[in-house]
Ligand binder design. Sequence first.
Ligand code: XMP
Length: 525
Amino acid sequence: MPSAPPAAAPDVVLVVDFGAQYAQLIARRVREARVYSEVVPSTMPVAEMLAKNPKAIILSGGPSSVYADGAPSVDRALFEAGVPVFGMCYGFQLMATTLGGTVDNTGAREYGRTPLAVSRPGSTLFEGTPAEQSVWMSHGDACSAAPEGFTVTASTDVVPVAAFENDEKKLYGVQYHPEVMHSTHGQQVLEHFLYRGAGIEPTWTPGNIVEEQVAAIRAQVGDKRAICGLSGGVDSAVAAALVQKAIGSQLTCVYVDHGLMRKGETEQVEKDFVAATGANLKVVDASERFLNALAGVSDPETKRKIIGREFIRVFEQAQLEILQEEGPEVAFLVQGTLYPDVVESGGGEGTANIKSHHNVGGLPDDIEFQLVEPLRQLFKDEVRLVGSELGLPDVIVQRQPFPGPGLGIRIVGEITKERLDLLREADAIARQELTAAGLDAEIWQCPVVLLADVRSVGVQGDGRTYGHPIVLRPVSSEDAMTADWTRMPYDVLAKISTRITNEVADVNRVVLDVTSKPPGTIEWE
Ligand code: XMP
């Protein structure tokens, strides 16, 4: 199988990661300035960095001292290649020491919000920003003399050289962290470096991303066919919509309805997605099959395994049917891999082939797909912007996360059709009320959980009831790794509770989960 041609290559700014947690954030800030950026490790040889033809290079923060044992360094050649460079914090100190400036191990630490005095208000970095501004510092050593040829443009009470600039060589540096919100003019300073210092045009817009990716996908897929599994989530929907725009009817999307979806979700994919994209969609209704396989199972891990296994079987059966259709070879599988996944797994180039899991579904042994991953360069919020640019409705692109195994892991106890229907009703009510109260953006997600194995006594009308509790689990989070329970308005909670107990038969209590993560997880299972 031929290897994939390289993905479209926009003008790139490299962010060299010196091990601080700030490199990804810097890359995001560069992209907010509508310039494409990528994170590379500081161990990458300079020649390899330059081979990427970067329009500029940013050196991130990192360990506290350039004098520490084993502290990462930088090859002087990086500053001599004619590529504009911006050093931040540790990157600034490396730049200073490498080019002959002085960094003292003064022991005078600066940490947190610090007033910065700008001494050259018209400089490339600081033009149009106040003479005094608040910046975020986090360092021990301090630069006392800039390298030759550099102008000192700002200082603090503790650090005589808090920023320096060399317009001739296009080298710039600041002691602080312009990428964090606490640096009040940080984004402006970063943009000044990109636009004024490095002369880069802000052209990385959703429209351009779509154009570039469409061209790259066409080049990669040619006249072959591709398939894409849709989960109902944002990433697969946007990836599919991009590929659909590029190759039209050569793409077939497969959506497996496992019967564990929320109310209206399958219809959303069937109607809204198809209406917005015109994609060929194969919907496989496998709900009976999943229910049969899950009958009698209460253990969460076993449920997950069964759902995963059945999913692959059904998906592969659908693939097989597509492979048997008349038409060009089906050689590509579309996946919605995002940039943070790429960075976390060490940043490959994306030409991997994957073998389909042919051990379970009866696919021929030699089926190999090449991956099409049009979102590999994007952060989640950029994926949403691209989705909107492609005309996908908000109900799809602004969706909160929802687990692949669906409501199957939100029923504590055995899964039955009746229980699923009950949970779907309760969940729909909670979602309606959260949306009506304008809380969707504030809440990361709000699992609605049925405690199917619990019953408690209640009273309704003039009779006693013996019904199930429903748990509301609204959480606030940045990335789902940690979370806190959302302090929701009581009147919204009251409304949800009243509606659920009135409208959903067999539910007589609604309870609120007030546990953070850790120790609790977001899902109950
Ligand atoms: P927990 O429950 O571990 O969940 O705090 C963290 C986040 O992951 C989601 N989640 C899943 N997403 N497949 C998914 O695509 C899964 O199997 C799965 N399990 C949990 C969960 O909704 C939350 O956003």
